[in-house]
Write a protein that binds this ligand. Structure first.
Ligand code: 4IP
Length: 146
């Protein structure tokens, strides 16, 4: 009958990476995400990666929860006050740079964000952000000027 074929989610064999979610996958993940304490900061988008980072500005670093969501968006939250503090603005010029195990940068036209992952997975962050950039804007976007 037709019943079984209707329930089959579209297989995305052309997906460039794990962030390229089908509509069905997105709905499923949003449903699962409702119990996540960071869900309401994600503005209805799927959280693709999250973790604590120290964001340095001037002399001091502030501990923030960083969310990479579909959209794409990069949202940072004060985990003590549980309030959103800001967003790293996406554009084709955004570029993530891995410095060492703990440190990575997110370059934007108006600012470079200095971030550190105390767990030492800075490379995962920079790769995730770069993957999202390529998925959103294409491989050719934002070629390095350095
Ligand atoms: C603040 O320093 C925090 O680092 C802010 O980060 C930062 O804002 C401020 O920069 C900076 O002055 P103090 O906490 O020592 O005052 P957060 O917003 O995460 O709390 P952003 O959001 O821009 O990094 P300014 O220049 O944006 O105000």
């Amino acid at each position: 009958g037709v019943g079984s074929s209707v329930a089959m989610p579209a297989k995305r064999s052309t997906a460039k990476n794990s962030f390229d979610l089908s509509d069905a996958e997105k709905l499923q993940r949003l449903e699962q995400q409702k119990t996540d304490k960071w869900h309401h900061f994600a503005d209805g988008e799927v959280i693709l990666k999250k973790g604590f980072v120290n964001k340095r500005k001037g002399l001091f670093a502030r501990k923030r929860m960083l969310l990479l969501t579909t959209g794409p968006r990069l949202i940072y939250i004060d985990p003590v006050a549980m309030i959103k503090k800001g967003e790293i603005p996406w554009s084709p010029e955004l570029r993530a740079e891995y410095k060492n195990f703990k440190i990575f940068f997110v370059h934007t036209p108006n600012r470079t964000y200095y971030l550190d992952d105390p767990e030492g997975y800075a490379i995962h962050w920079s790769e995730a952000i770069e993957n999202m950039r390529k998925l959103t804007y294409g491989e050719g976007a934002s070629t390095s000027t350095s």
